[in-house]
Write a protein that binds this ligand. Structure first.
Ligand SMILES: [Zn+2]
Ligand SMILES: [Zn+2]
Length: 148
């Protein structure tokens, strides 16, 4: 991966490798860049196909954040109608997840949990995901995108 800069604060991103896939994290705002290729290589491609093809994107709009990959403005959207917003490269090179979305991810998980009557279990898996922090990024992305 070439040197990438944070779309929010232009800090150089720190690249790390997890489960054989690279992601890039901003040490200032804790945002994370994950390439579409990395997402695609995860075990279940179904949800990822949704996101790439735009079938589950709502409220799409162009934002002022510049894509770490191509420098073009990124597209922000709500995923699957949840109150979870992520930003995407306009040419589908990858996705940007803000730190503030951690909270939204947790809310989504809580909602899913309560729908199933299993709030405690959703909270538990959230806290487990939190503990690993950097190494759990793919787990978190999987959860966000509806992977197992
Ligand atoms: Zn940043
Ligand atoms: Zn791009």
């Amino acid at each position: 991966m070439p040197q990438l800069t944070c779309p929010v604060d232009q800090t150089n991103l720190h690249v790390s490798k997890t489960a054989g896939e690279e992601s890039a994290q901003c040490n200032r705002c804790d945002g994370i860049w994950i390439t579409t290729a990395a997402l695609e290589s995860l075990e279940d491609n179904a949800a990822n196909d949704d996101i790439v093809k735009g079938q589950r994107q709502y409220g799409k709009r162009v934002v002022d954040h510049l894509c770490p990959h191509c420098g073009e403005k990124m597209v922000r959207f709500r995923y699957r109608g949840y109150n979870l917003e992520i930003e995407s490269c306009s040419s589908d090179a990858g996705f940007w997840l803000d730190k503030s979305e951690d909270r939204e991810i947790r809310d989504v998980m809580k909602r899913r949990g309560s729908n199933l009557g299993r709030v405690a279990s959703a909270e538990k898996s959230w806290h487990q995901a939190r503990r690993g922090e950097k190494t759990s990024i793919f787990q978190r992305v999987k959860q966000v995108l509806g992977f197992r």
